[in-house]
Design a protein around this ligand. Structure first.
Ligand SMILES: Nc1ncnc2c1ncn2[C@@H]1O[C@H](COP(=O)(O)OP(=O)(O)OP(=O)(O)O)[C@@H](O)[C@H]1O
Ligand SMILES: Nc1nc2c(ncn2[C@@H]2O[C@H](COP(=O)(O)O)[C@@H](O)[C@H]2O)c(=O)[nH]1
Length: 190
């Protein structure tokens, strides 16, 4: 079977990480762990949620792509992707839309793009506060150019991405289950 990676994108707070955990637990799909210089949040662990880097250690890595997001650096490597593919033909990662565009260019059909959205953007700020993000961090993030950009699927990805609506967790899970089960059925008949 062709190896593929689900690339989950969308604005901050739409639920990308929650979806990644859900499909990891329910379908045993391994997560590609990426690298960041941002401070760890409560409950996060190094090597599990991210490889947490200093600016100096970040610079030493060889990335497939790297971006700046709300003042911090993020990067993903081919090595990380291959590690996940060694466990399963289908892996999952969480990227901003700029990273999604690079994955599409570099990996073609091996990048299965999922773009997550909500009907009411005000909901996102509430979710960040509920997650425990401090006021300063939330303000910085929602005022960033990257946040505003990721509120919309980029033109380059139009027609190339699955669009999921996460207004309600139960309905979101049904959309995710539908996509995964359809992909399993396609794999059986290919
Ligand atoms: N449908 C939903 N209804 C209510 N809360 C939700 C829903 N989906 C996710 N959440 C909650 O919203 C918060 C943000 O979710 P999550 O961390 O998955 O978002 P994210 O897109 O990964 O954000 P970021 O890009 O900032 O890391 C979490 O506390 C999560 O539990
Ligand atoms: N292009 C990349 N984007 C990445 C990578 N790792 C995470 N991300 C995205 O950054 C923002 C902020 O993440 P957060 O954990 O601080 O909320 C979010 O959109 C992630 O999807 C990466 O390696 N490359």
């Amino acid at each position: 079977m062709q190896k593929r990676v689900i690339v989950i994108m969308g604005a901050t707070g739409v639920g990308k990480t929650s979806i990644c955990s859900y499909i990891g637990e329910k379908y045993n799909i391994p997560q590609v762990i990426t690298h960041t210089t941002r401070p760890m949040r409560d409950g996060e662990a190094d090597g599990v949620d991210y490889y947490f880097e200093t600016p100096a250690s970040f610079k030493e890595k060889h990335f497939l792509e790297s971006v700046s997001y709300a003042g911090n650096s993020y990067g993903s490597s081919m090595e990380g992707l291959k590690k996940a593919w060694a466990k399963s033909d289908l892996a999952v990662t969480v990227l901003d839309t700029k990273g999604g565009i690079t994955y599409k260019e570099e990996l073609g059909d091996q990048a299965w793009l999922w773009y997550v959205t909500v009907s009411d953007q005000k909901e996102l700020v509430e979710r960040l506060h509920e997650r425990g993000d401090g006021d300063v961090a939330v303000e910085k993030r929602i005022n960033s150019a990257e946040f505003k950009r990721d509120l919309k699927l980029p033109e380059e990805l139009e027609g190339n991405a699955e669009v999921l609506l996460n207004d309600d967790w139960k309905s979101l899970k049904a959309q995710v289950d539908g996509l995964i089960n359809q992909s399993k059925a396609n794999a059986r008949f290919s």
